[in-house]
Design a protein around this ligand. Structure first.
Ligand code: AMP
Ligand code: ZN
Length: 114
């Protein structure tokens, strides 16, 4: 997707503060952090939203969740705890239409989800 900012980050056209990378996913610090730790994890292949995941693409979710665990260890919030968020479409607050998981931690997060 040529006009997708997260694809541009994967391709190195837009810089990022990389936290973790493997063949399938890239994780980087969010540019507008909502918590002391705020990492965005994306699949390297473009997929727009959570609603585009089907049985054939479920491996993408496996890869993202495996990366959540790695990021939590790297950022030293695996024991203290963290929150994962996937926003989907307009009312879910999705702004960038390349599927991503937010990992938030480093402080006590508020109890309410929205
Ligand atoms: P969402 O609202 O779930 O679509 O989240 C998109 C997230 O991407 C927001 O938290 C933004 O701060 C973040 N973001 C947008 N552009 C960049 C960028 N160039 N580098 C890092 N994070 C970004
Ligand atoms: Zn993309």
């Amino acid at each position: 997707m040529s006009d997708c900012i997260f694809c541009k980050i994967v391709q190195g056209e837009i810089p990022c503060k990389k936290v973790y990378e493997d063949d399938e996913v890239l994780a980087f610090d969010d540019i507008h952090p909502m918590a002391p730790v705020h990492v965005v994890i994306i699949p390297k292949s473009h997929i727009s939203t959570l609603m585009d995941i089907d049985n054939k693409k479920i491996k993408i979710i496996n890869n993202l969740i495996a990366a959540v665990q790695k990021v939590a260890v790297i950022k030293k919030i695996d024991a203290s705890g963290f929150r994962t968020v996937i926003n989907c479409n307009a009312e879910g607050g999705q702004v960038v239409f390349h599927l991503h998981v937010h990992v938030l931690g480093g402080r006590k997060l508020h109890d309410e989800l929205g």
